[in-house]
Design a protein around this ligand. Structure first.
Ligand SMILES: [Fe+2]
Length: 341
């Protein structure tokens, strides 16, 4: 794997990685350029395997979902990216809406990815599912106290709550989910309740978990796979997970998903990469794009990482996903109004 310098784009684009050098560059070299918001080491391994199997090289250019969307807008039809791979359904919907992604027909993707996890017009497809739910210190909190996001607005959590900041896409998408399934007023009441509890804002789900483990925070909201990854390293890690809103519409779901850009120079290989990611891997802990990250595959026939058995079965709100894009601006305003930092 060799690192290349990439044109600076804010502080968020870190580096361009060329993965898998099994096939040396030549005039016939096939390359798929990917704008990727994933920052998990396991992802590069997955792409290197794709190169070994197909001879198609993958170039990754990484940044946050929002920064990559800005970049794609600035590129327009001249974009060097063939694939736009981000960790938020709302950002995919906005990119599709703005004509930055092209509709693709793929029998493979349409067969293996459930309808609620892809764009009806084929402009994006989910590859993994990630649930944003409640985590807590089981020595100080009973599971029945944390059954729903609204429970964290209870004043008993004052000074005991940890949250991700408002600028992070995970917080914005969670707010869109709350608006989608309970209306804006109720969503705002819940968010104001969290803020009234004077949360400790921590811009890393991993650090939030460590803060709970250290006894400096009792309840929080994080993506499920951060705890899955911690439990792989330490099966006794002292943080528990509660699936939120099981009596209602289900826990919040977001996705790692991808689409082919409107200006893609290598559309065919871009589609090939998406199909490969959506169908590869039946080994436990190695299913498709999750790789070493403890996400649920979007394709129900790919096996989820074994560690996830610890979390049991649950209900998830798939209907809300379709609205993350249209509600994104409204959610940002709500968070500002509620003085969520
Ligand atoms: Fe993450």
């Amino acid at each position: 794997m060799k690192m290349q310098k990439v044109i600076a784009y804010g502080a968020l684009i870190t580096a361009m990685l060329v993965v898998g050098n099994a096939h040396p560059a030549s005039a016939q070299t096939r390359v798929v350029n990917v704008y990727s918001a994933r920052h998990y080491g396991a992802l590069e391994k997955v792409f290197a395997e794709f190169t070994r199997e197909t001879g198609i090289q993958v170039r990754l250019s990484s940044g946050s979902s929002q920064a990559l969307l800005e970049r794609l807008r600035a590129d327009g039809k001249q974009t060097p990216a063939d694939v736009f791979l981000v960790i938020d359904a709302g950002t995919l919907q906005i990119a599709a809406q703005e004509g930055l992604l092209q509709p693709i027909r793929s029998q493979v993707l349409e067969t293996v990815i459930p309808a609620e996890l892809r764009d009806p017009q084929g402009r994006w497809f989910a590859l993994t599912q990630r649930m944003r739910t409640i985590v807590y210190n089981p020595r100080r909190v009973k599971p029945e106290e944390v059954q729903d996001y609204a429970d964290l607005a209870n004043p008993k959590w004052r000074g005991r709550l940890c949250l991700r900041p408002a600028t992070h896409i995970y917080t914005i998408a969670l707010t869109s989910y709350l608006i989608a399934n309970r209306g804006e007023r109720e969503a705002e009441r819940i968010v104001r309740g969290w803020v009234a509890n004077r949360p400790q804002y921590i811009d890393s789900d991993s650090r939030i978990l460590e803060t709970i483990a250290a006894g400096k925070c009792d309840v929080a909201i994080t993506n499920h796979y951060y705890l899955g990854n911690q439990l792989r390293r330490d099966p006794n890690f002292p943080v528990a997970l509660a699936w939120a809103n099981q009596k209602g519409s289900g826990v919040q779901v977001n996705v790692t998903g991808a689409g082919v850009t409107a200006g893609a120079l290598n559309r065919d290989d871009a589609v090939k990469l998406l199909e490969w990611l959506a169908t590869r891997g039946q080994d436990p802990g190695d299913a498709g794009l999750p790789g070493g990250n403890s996400e649920y595959p979007a394709n129900p026939s790919q096996r989820p990482p074994a560690i996830l058995e610890r979390f049991g079965t649950f209900k998830a709100d798939y209907a809300a996903i379709a609205r993350y894009g249209e509600l994104q601006a409204q959610s940002i305003k709500l968070l500002e109004r509620a003085r969520y930092r």
